[in-house]
Design a protein around this ligand. Structure first.
Ligand code: SF4
Length: 203
């Protein structure tokens, strides 16, 4: 626990890519040594940067709906770790949307952080950068193909598209995702949380 606390303190004071961050550093993550669910995400948007609370935006509302849990459970660090591939808001891309997470973040922190966090029983992999890190060569040819192959990764890993409203068109084109994947995901979230509660409550 001491190692994890020290690392989180170091991440929160990180300035490594400050010169490339339009709003400056504000690392956003939620971790504890007890959570069994990992939300492996991309990077904060402006609303998350403003509040310092991960997924405190419409993307988070949709993600919580997909997981079948409310805000109080989602923000319970004893239950859920939230680790984006870039901890700070990366700025706007020239063609719209946000820039990708700064690769310096992954290089500096992620192997170290995942080296001290307990292995998750369930990982939600969100977006292509988290896919690259957490799936490596287990990815398919495209993000959509990887999401379609969800049975290859479940029940330990669920690969999700980004829950941003910018992905509404993808969700309309791929109705199987919310019809088939989400009910199974919700069952799995409940199962892992129930098991964690039993572990926490046991003498
Ligand atoms: S994005 Fe990551 S590497 Fe860059 S300043 Fe924030 S915490 Fe540090």
């Amino acid at each position: 626990m001491h190692l994890l606390n020290t690392m989180v303190r170091d991440i929160r004071s990180c300035r490594i890519c400050e010169s490339r961050l339009p709003l400056g550093p504000r690392p956003v993550l939620q971790v504890s040594g007890t959570a069994r669910i990992l939300v492996a995400a991309q990077a904060p948007g402006t609303k998350v940067h403003a509040t310092g609370i991960p997924f405190n935006d419409p993307s988070g509302d949709r993600l919580r709906t997909w997981m079948g849990i409310d805000r109080s459970l989602f923000y319970n660090a004893d239950c859920i770790n939230i680790v984006p591939m870039g901890f700070c808001y990366p700025g706007r891309a020239p063609k719209g949307g946000d820039k990708p997470p700064d690769p310096a973040c992954r290089k500096a922190w992620h192997d170290k952080l995942f080296g001290v966090l307990p292995p998750p029983e369930l990982t939600l992999v969100i977006g292509q950068y988290a896919q690259s890190y957490h799936l490596g060569n287990r990815r398919q040819a495209s993000l959509t193909e990887t999401v379609k192959a969800w049975r290859d990764y479940a029940p330990q890993i669920f690969v999700l598209p980004h829950p941003s409203p910018r992905n509404n068109i993808w969700l309309k084109r791929n109705p199987w995702f919310e019809d088939e994947v989400i009910p199974v995901l919700q069952n799995r979230v409940r199962q892992v949380l129930d098991a964690s509660n039993r572990i926490v409550k046991s003498p």
